[in-house]
Design a protein around this ligand. Structure first.
Ligand code: NAD
Length: 346
């Protein structure tokens, strides 16, 4: 089986590497590089709206598309161009970014009727970035399809179009504040070329390796997030049952070996921290529905590589149950109240 580095090197030799390098050098010297100037953005929901908005504010010429017309209205009011189909977006763009709910939506936007690939194997944009959280297999499949396409107009720096998978961490608040972290898979030189875009929407962009590695990193990150949130919630509940307040336990965790993001930044116990979902009835965060989706992506991937992941399966069961009980739109830290019998801190 080809290693990740092997896959990257193979891809590099395929795509006129030497032509791309001067392009990357040129990009480092200006704010909105002309090769990235016209950005198409597809999927302007909770996350995509803010991300596209930050690109508009950074000076990019943005064209948007969403199958929900109401989502596009907010852009029309700002004078941003709205397109009827993904293909129309592609025809007007140097770069197309997708931010869609799941793999099936991404495949539909790429390969469906009037999708990005509607024109066959000739593409207008030289760069396609998918920021949706999908499974690595879907990203790799699309990346292979794109690598077999050609550009409608050669732009001097690349003969073929490129694809990056670049899912994000940071949630809706991070999208709005422009502080997201991008985890990027694909060719490294292409990642470097696209970095100004990432840094217009986020604070960090981390290169993860070949195609699909960005989404692989994202689902691993969310697996840790789910398991550590459940571990912390379980411990707070046990503590409360044994007569220790969550405030006391939080002080202990945060100054000892149990400290983690779920204890010091995103505490699940209402009344312990301000400005976190637990302080506002678990609203306005990362939903249990999205967590269940990410855990199912992780489970599919683990299954494919034959890896035993008992904690992942337990976490998946818990979040699936929370969703079935009607808490799917509550923040995932609500497991403390709705799965465990956790009590508010008075
Ligand atoms: P969302 O449902 O709010 O937005 C998705 C948008 O895509 C919607 O406006 C929808 O109308 C549009 N859409 C769906 N199918 C389409 C199609 N075929 N053509 C055009 N538009 C279509 O979702 P979101 O919360 O913005 O999440 C987007 C992605 O980001 C997901 O993959 C999610 O897992 C990931 N993510 C979300 C968060 C979060 O906190 N919300 C955090 C990190 C990552």
């Amino acid at each position: 089986m080809a290693t990740c580095r092997g896959r990257v090197l193979q891809a590099i030799s395929k795509c006129e590497w030497t032509l791309l390098s001067p392009f990357v050098r040129r990009l480092s010297s200006c704010n909105v590089p002309s090769e990235l100037e016209r950005v198409g953005f597809i999927g302007v929901g909770n996350m995509g709206f803010h991300m596209a908005n930050n690109l508009v504010n950074a000076g990019y010429k943005v064209a948007v598309h969403d199958k929900n017309r109401d989502a596009m209205k907010k852009f029309l009011e700002k004078g941003v161009v709205a397109k009827e189909t993904p293909f129309e977006v592609a025809e007007a763009s140097d770069v197309v970014i997708t931010m869609l709910p799941s793999s099936s939506h991404v495949l539909d936007v790429y390969t469906g009727q009037n999708g990005l690939l509607h024109g066959g194997s000739l593409l207008r944009p030289w760069l396609l970035i998918d920021s949706s959280t999908v499974d690595p297999q879907t990203s790799r499949r699309l990346s292979t399809i794109i690598s077999k396409c050609a550009l409608k107009e050669k732009k001097g720096y690349a003969k073929t179009p490129f694809m990056l998978d670049a899912p994000v961490s940071g949630g809706v608040l991070g999208a709005e504040a422009g502080t997201l972290t991008f985890m990027v898979g694909g060719l490294e030189e292409v990642y470097l070329a696209a970095k100004p875009l990432f840094l217009s929407m986020g604070r960090h962009a981390i290169y993860c390796g070949g195609p699909g590695n960005g989404v692989a990193a994202k689902i691993c990150n969310n697996l840790v997030m789910a398991v550590s949130m459940l571990g912390v919630s379980e411990a707070f509940c046990l503590g409360q049952s044994l007569g220790i307040t969550a405030n006391t336990l939080t002080k202990i965790f945060n100054s000892s070996s149990a400290r983690c993001w779920s204890s010091d930044t995103y505490n699940p116990v209402p009344g312990v921290m301000e400005d976190v979902p637990s302080s506002r009835n678990y609203t306005g965060g990362f939903s249990s529905k999205l967590m269940a989706k990410d855990l199912s992506l992780a489970a599919t991937s683990a299954n494919e590589v034959g890896l035993k992941c008992p904690l992942m399966h337990q976490a998946q069961e818990i979040y699936t149950e929370l969703c079935k009980e009607g808490h799917e739109y509550k923040d995932f830290s609500s497991a403390f109240r709705h799965y465990y019998p956790g009590k508010d801190e008075l």
